[in-house]
Ligand binder design. Structure first.
Ligand SMILES: Cc1cc2nc3c(=O)[nH]c(=O)nc-3n(C[C@H](O)[C@H](O)[C@H](O)COP(=O)(O)OP(=O)(O)OC[C@H]3O[C@@H](n4cnc5c(N)ncnc54)[C@H](O)[C@@H]3O)c2cc1C
Length: 504
């Protein structure tokens, strides 16, 4: 029978990380950097098992991670073969043949107590203005024109937030070097046995195929989808969300570098899934995320290979997954990070960010003096909320669609959605109100773009937009359009930026 005890007074001195994928090396580097010599870290990775080998698009908070780790951006861009990401372009999502962008920027300007889109909607209704939110978004303008450079003004109206596309394998190598410089010990080998304390079920040590035994006080399970510690050993359970997000397969294949590197990810919807196109310096990353109830693997492979914009240069990599999350992402002395903690499909490039936020959360709640249930419960509560908020945002893309070409899209449109998402949609539909939940990764601007992009037009705008006179409103829009367009003439093309800032 399972031991009921979930706390321990043992101080945490030695942390063992199982897994050397993106999750393992990000965890090692960040924990060591932030906790320094208060802990020893040993990371175990198996060359025989390898890593999942996908995950190329990121979101802006990765810049903070790199900054905290003291990473030089030029070296990072060169060594990970990175390009710049200003947005995701969603093609065919609302209806085939149409597209919209979800940018990292925001439309217009910050307004005291109001939101720009209400003012724009008033202008659209009152003066037949045909401009959209994207016409007032510098990220969109730069993405469309293929331009980029870092903009360092202190002016919140002229910002160009960005993230990266990179080779995840090279990023893990980069972080490994950094971690080893900070005295993280790396051990190569395959874990074959897990020893648990018979009194409380805590993990005591991992035994490698070679017979070597590695002891630890706290274990970070970065073993990928297999969840060797969190699931196979502690059986923490899984919340399955595939009734909302039914895609359960992916195929990834690299193709030759395209002559023009666009500063955005392309997400192209097909009849039962969607395809990503990610430009890197040396190649393109491509993949298809799909539902195995609608496509056979062969059909999916044919769809992907016939929709590349350059020649394939590798064999397809087939990946199975179930969308959802581990019920207890921290249980006893095991914290699941990365794919072992759950998986949300890569539609909004959130997995690498979830690794970052898991480690930051662990540092905030680090059990220096022993594992207490208050720390574990708080960690699990925050992780649950974070996963659920991202889940809702992903469902929005699928649910609000007007596609009539396949059963898949019709099913998505008529499915029951979580109450939390239904509430958000209702608020927006009536008069464009959007509220950011506390700590929601996606700000109002993200929800706005995807709601409008997927086809929700609010019936009305907030009356706060009526406080300006018609002339003041007209002038504000003209001024903002000028301000947003002004930097474009001075910015280099994305390709020129890359040539200047990279060595390779
Ligand atoms: C199709 C797809 C596309 C994705 N695209 C994106 C994206 O664009 N952006 C994004 O942010 N994320 C993306 N992700 C997620 C991203 O790939 C992962 O979050 C990231 O790679 C983390 O993986 P991991 O380190 O948890 O697991 P893995 O890469 O699978 O690493 C597992 C590690 O555990 C080790 N291991 C396992 N078992 C043992 C054992 N018994 N003994 C010793 N070692 C062991 C392995 O050797 C390996 O080192 C995508 C994921 C998928 C499936």
């Amino acid at each position: 029978m399972e031991a009921p005890v979930t706390t321990s007074a043992t101080p945490i001195k030695k942390v063992v990380i199982l897994g050397g994928g993106t999750a393992g090396w990000m965890s090692a580097a960040l924990l060591k950097k932030l906790l320094g010599n208060t802990i020893d870290i040993e990371l175990i990775e198996s060359d025989a098992i390898g890593t999942i080998g996908v995950g190329e698009a990121t979101i802006p908070p990765i810049q903070l991670l790199n900054k905290v780790l003291g990473i030089n951006e030029e070296a990072f861009l060169a060594e990970t073969k990175a390009t710049i990401k200003l947005a995701i372009k969603f093609e065919n999502w609302r209806v085939p043949g149409e597209s919209y962008y979800h940018t990292f920027g925001s439309a217009g300007q910050p307004m005291a107590f109001g939101q720009f889109h209400h003012y724009l909607q008033r202008a659209q209704q009152a003066f037949d203005v045909t401009k959209t939110i994207w016409d007032y978004d510098l990220n969109y303008l730069c993405a469309e024109q293929g331009k980029f450079a870092q903009i360092n003004t202190q002016n919140p109206v002229v910002e160009l937030p960005y993230a990266y596309h990179f080779d995840a394998g090279l990023y893990a190598k980069f972080l490994r070097k950094l971690s080893e410089q900070m005295a993280v010990k790396r051990t190569e080998g395959t874990v074959e046995q897990v020893h648990q304390d018979s009194t409380n079920g805590f993990v005591k040590s991992l035994v490698l195929k070679s017979g070597e035994q590695i002891d630890g006080d706290l274990f970070i399970d970065c073993s990928g989808f297999r969840g060797l510690l969190t699931q196979q050993t502690l059986n923490t359970g899984f919340d399955d969300w595939s009734h909302w997000l039914p895609c359960d397969r992916a195929i990834a294949v690299p193709s030759k570098r395209h002559e023009k590197t666009v500063p955005y990810t392309r997400s192209i919807a097909h009849s039962a899934g969607w395809q990503w196109r990610i430009p890197l310096q040396h190649r393109n990353g491509n993949g298809l995320v799909y539902s195995s109830h609608h496509y056979s693997d062969q059909q999916a492979t044919d769809i992907l290979l016939s929709n590349l914009d350059s020649e394939a240069i590798g064999e397809p990599n087939y990946i199975k997954f179930t969308t959802g999350r581990r019920r207890k992402q921290w249980h006893r002395n095991v914290v699941a990070v990365g794919l072992s903690s759950g998986f949300l499909e890569p539609l909004e490039s959130t997995s690498i960010h979830l690794i970052q936020s898991a480690i930051v959360r662990l540092v905030h709640l680090f059990p220096h003096h022993g594992i207490e249930s208050s720390l574990v419960d708080e960690y699990n509560k925050q992780s649950k909320t974070e996963f659920e908020q991202i889940r809702d945002f992903l469902i929005l893309h699928y649910h609000v669609n007007e596609r009539t070409d396949s059963q898949f899209w019709r099913d998505m449109r008529y499915m029951n959605i979580p109450d939390s998402l239904q509430h958000k949609i209702e608020l927006f539909k009536s008069d464009g109100r959007i509220f950011r939940e506390q700590n929601d990764l996606f700000a109002e601007s993200s929800w706005l773009q995807v709601m409008i992009g997927q086809g929700i037009q609010p019936k009305d705008y907030h009356p706060i937009a009526n406080a300006l006179s018609a002339e003041e409103l007209r002038q504000m829009l003209v001024r903002l359009e000028q301000i947003k367009h002004e930097p474009l003439g001075k910015l280099p093309s994305h390709d020129r930026f890359l040539a200047k800032y990279t060595r390779g």
